[in-house]
Design a protein around this ligand. Structure first.
Ligand SMILES: C[S@@+](CC[C@H](N)C(=O)[O-])C[C@H]1O[C@@H](n2cnc3c(N)ncnc32)[C@H](O)[C@@H]1O
Length: 213
């Protein structure tokens, strides 16, 4: 891993991902996690402060970047919940099938190289009826924003750690086999529109025993 990716990028990502508006959104979503939780792309562990220790048993923090794990040190020291690092990518989740109650995904699906495989892995480890909580930025619904997202992404991802501006988050989640039950889409007011179209919601892993899911 290069100097930029290991020493500089983690600080930039940590700053960009912890602005006030984003923290408010995290504060609405993360406390809904319960039981055994898998957080995919835990980054600098900004979400940790929002987990509810009364409802969360353990958080598996999956994060392939050594630089990001290092940047997480302070947040980890203050964590209200037990955390176990998994230093692997989302495409290789080393957990048993149906073994987690909640998967948390914040600002990560944009970056995972093989998002299809990673989402299939998340579906595999989530128990039937378990919840995928997500807060992601992605493809905007209209032009010219969408057009610029597609144009800029090839360059943007070179210096933004592989981040794609143009992924249709809800479609990718549904295509993987999740059932989206809640979805809110909106622009974050303080962010440039190309990087600020958000997808926030909850999807479940269908439970064959519950026909109505
Ligand atoms: C923009 S950061 C978001 C970090 C964190 N989720 C947050 O909300 O602050 C994207 C994260 O995805 C991680 N990442 C990159 N490739 C990944 C992969 N294949 N599987 C899982 N995470 C990955 C990066 O290392 C980085 O920590």
């Amino acid at each position: 891993m290069g100097f930029y990716a290991e020493r500089i990028l983690p600080h930039i990502i940590d700053k960009a991902c912890s602005v006030g508006q984003v923290m408010k959104l995290r504060g609405r979503l993360v406390p809904r996690a319960k039981g055994i939780v898998l957080e995919v792309g835990m980054g600098s562990a900004i979400n940790l402060e929002f987990y509810n220790p009364d409802t969360v048993e353990l958080v598996y923090g999956l994060e392939p970047s050594r630089g990001m794990r290092l940047k997480a040190t302070d947040n980890l020291a203050r964590s209200p919940v037990a955390v176990q690092w998994l230093d692997l990518p989302g495409e290789k989740i080393p957990l048993l099938a149906n073994s987690v109650d909640t998967v948390l995904l914040t600002f990560t699906l944009c970056t995972i190289p093989d998002h299809q495989v990673a989402l299939q892995q998340m579906l595999r480890v989530l128990r039937p009826g378990g919840e995928l909580l997500f807060l992601e930025h992605g493809e905007a619904p209209e032009n010219p924003t969408q057009k610029w997202q597609h144009r800029i992404t090839p360059v943007w991802k070179q210096f933004a750690g592989g981040c794609h501006l143009n992924r249709p988050i809800d479609q990718l989640i549904e295509q993987a086999g999740f059932h989206i039950k809640e979805l809110e889409n909106f622009y974050m007011p303080s962010a440039p529109q190309i990087a600020g179209y958000l997808y926030q919601g909850m999807a479940v892993k269908p439970d064959p025993a519950q026909a109505s899911d």
